[in-house]
Design a protein around this ligand. Structure first.
Ligand code: UDP
Length: 203
């Protein structure tokens, strides 16, 4: 699809339906590939991006960059380009779950949110989308990103669970920096940096 350059990053010009189609293809692909990842920039991120080279590197490495916020969509119009609509992480995950529920089972791992929250989310997801299997949940301790042993254990939990989809709810920019660093060791087809989505799923 088209990519529009704004704020020093490239944003995919896709609607929700186009993003879901793309992700379903990647999620169900049989070929071995590095874990693909999705970021959803909002205005806060675009401000951070101006001063953070590591975050720009992470964004440049993302396979799909979707405009989370209306201001980003409106800004694209001012530049004479045009993003079709906003696609937030917290809308994208339920849309993917609905698509999976109408087709093939989707094995999903929920990483992040406070202890216990992802387990509650798993119960709700199971009720609402029987075809979505939450194969693992984990809430990393504070400061995990600098702890080599903790990182090894997280990657091992994911590898043991064999998910197709990894939902990362660690907050921005932690989640984007983390997946950029470890994507080659993540045993999933697709990771979505999803902010507070696990909290929303927990209700
Ligand atoms: N979070 C986490 N570990 C951390 C920091 C945040 O699991 O070290 C979780 C937090 O519990 C929440 C989610 O990250 O579920 C999103 O946080 P926030 O709303 O700050 O992120 P944003 O939506 O702004 O990206």
């Amino acid at each position: 699809s088209d990519r529009i350059e704004m704020f020093g990053i490239e944003i995919d010009s896709l609607r929700m339906t186009g993003a879901v189609d793309r992700l379903m293809t990647w999620l169900n692909s049989e070929t071995e590939a590095t874990c693909r990842f999705v970021v959803t920039p909002n205005v806060d991120h675009t401000v951070l991006l101006q001063t953070s080279a590591p975050l720009r590197d992470a964004y440049a490495d993302a396979d799909l960059v979707l405009a989370d916020g209306w201001p980003v969509v409106l800004a694209s119009r001012m530049f004479g380009k045009s993003l079709p609509e906003r696609v937030t992480g917290s809308d994208l995950i339920p849309a993917l779950f609905r698509a999976a529920d109408d087709s093939a089972p989707l094995k999903t791992f929920l990483l992040g949110a406070a202890p216990g929250v992802a387990q509650r989310a798993a119960v709700n997801v199971h009720k609402q989308y029987p075809n979505v299997q939450i194969v693992g949940t984990y809430s990393p301790p504070l400061g995990f990103e600098n702890d080599v042993e903790e990182n090894r254990q997280i990657l091992e939990r994911i590898a043991d669970a064999q998910p197709q989809l990894l939902v990362i709810g660690l907050g921005a920019p932690k989640q984007e920096l983390w997946i950029h660093k470890v994507r080659h060791q993540v045993a999933a087809k697709v990771a979505v940096c999803a902010g507070a989505t696990i909290d929303f799923l927990a209700g």
